[in-house]
Design a protein around this ligand. Structure first.
Ligand code: SAM
Ligand code: SF4
Length: 322
């Protein structure tokens, strides 16, 4: 559908849990996390019903996220359910990769179109520091399995923080040997992200170009979102940048988010949206009208650069889904 700012909204990010098996420093605190009670989490059948309503409003692309989506059992059944919705063009997941290898066959069987693996370093000690867990080996096994799956679109997502040039060079080099895209996502000043030093697209580009040669903008359509892709001499895969801070893309925003508890969140920065779980008692028509009205009011742009303001998001990223 078209929102109140004339943007086409056709992409839904669905968080299936707020739980996670890692504790990334920019996303979750090390201790004292309060989980959403199980009974407050939407059941798959409710998510599927909502997806059908969203499909009726023009959503064609679905991303499953969390928390860590693969810690929730039976994700393959949700994926095959969404794939069966008329008009569903793609169903993808974003995962930390820890549990992906063992679940990949079932996910592929369910019709998964693509996977984004979040990975910020290839160095075991740095991985432990950044995620507070020792799971790099499992993630690398999953990455290998995903790259070996015919037809699966694989992307590697890194949120660069601090000053870790070697990590970024090594991650980018994965795109030299593989067709996968390696994408650098600028840290958003949300939740724990507020307290960390971020790194801009311009800084990463300078670093990569110095090492690997000039990058050229990739002309053509790749993916469903705001990522801008570049080719690098001798690289099979592409390098991408999602730069919400230095290259704000709100005017092209095509997405809304459904939290694990059933809140339809229309902008990452604000609490704007509507609680859908109470409306599940009503008819599909009522749901549809409530969703339509909320999307119509989707905020025009984030104002992270302008600092704090009223109605700002107070949740952590694992509760929102990224
Ligand atoms: N656990 C899954 C994962 O890590 O891919 C899915 C959920 S995670 C919240 C989704 C994405 O949000 C990850 O790529 C993560 O790196 C990113 N993320 C978390 N906090 C962020 C922040 N403050 N700014 C930018 N990206 C962030
Ligand atoms: Fe978990 Fe993903 Fe957040 Fe890391 S970024 S703590 S893997 S939800």
């Amino acid at each position: 559908m078209i929102d109140g700012k004339s943007r086409t909204i056709d992409y839904l990010r669905i968080s299936v849990t707020d739980r996670c098996n890692l504790r990334c420093v920019y996303c979750m605190p090390e201790k004292g996390v309060e989980w959403m009670p199980h009974e407050a989490v939407l059941r798959y059948e409710d998510i599927l019903r909502l997806c059908r309503v969203f499909a009726g409003l023009g959503v064609t692309k679905y991303k499953i996220t969390g928390g860590e989506p693969l810690v929730r059992k039976g994700l393959d059944t949700l994926i095959s359910g969404i794939k069966a919705i008329p008009g569903a063009e793609s169903v993808t997941i974003t995962t930390n990769g820890v549990l992906l290898k063992e679940q990949l066959p079932a996910l592929l069987e369910a019709g998964l179109d693509g996977v984004n693996i979040s990975l910020d370093t290839l160095d075991p000690a740095r991985y432990q520091e950044l995620t507070r867990r020792d799971e790099l080996k499992a993630v690398m096994g999953s990455l290998k399995a995903a790259l070996g799956a015919p037809g699966l679109n694989v992307k590697i997502n890194c949120v660069p923080t601090g000053d870790r040039s070697r990590d970024w060079l090594e991650l980018a080099a994965l795109a030299r040997e593989e067709r996968a895209a390696v994408r650098f996502i600028e840290l958003m000043p949300l939740g724990l992200g507020r307290s960390l030093a971020s790194c801009t697209e311009a800084e990463i580009r300078r670093l990569l170009e110095k090492e690997y040669g000039p990058m050229a903008p990739f002309v053509g359509k790749l993916g469903n979102g705001p990522c801008r892709y570049f080719t690098v001499p001798g690289f099979l895969g592409k390098i991408g940048f999602i730069s919400a801070m230095s290259h704000q893309f709100c005017h092209q925003c095509n997405r809304v988010r459904l939290t694990a508890g059933g809140f339809l969140k229309t902008c990452l920065q604000y609490n704007e949206g509507i609680e859908l779980s109470p409306l599940l008692k009503g008819s599909d028509r009522q749901l549809r009208e409530a969703i339509r009205a909320a999307i119509y009011r989707k905020p025009g742009a984030h104002q992270f650069a302008a600092g704090a303001g009223a109605g700002l998001e107070g949740h952590l990223m694992n509760q929102i889904g990224g």
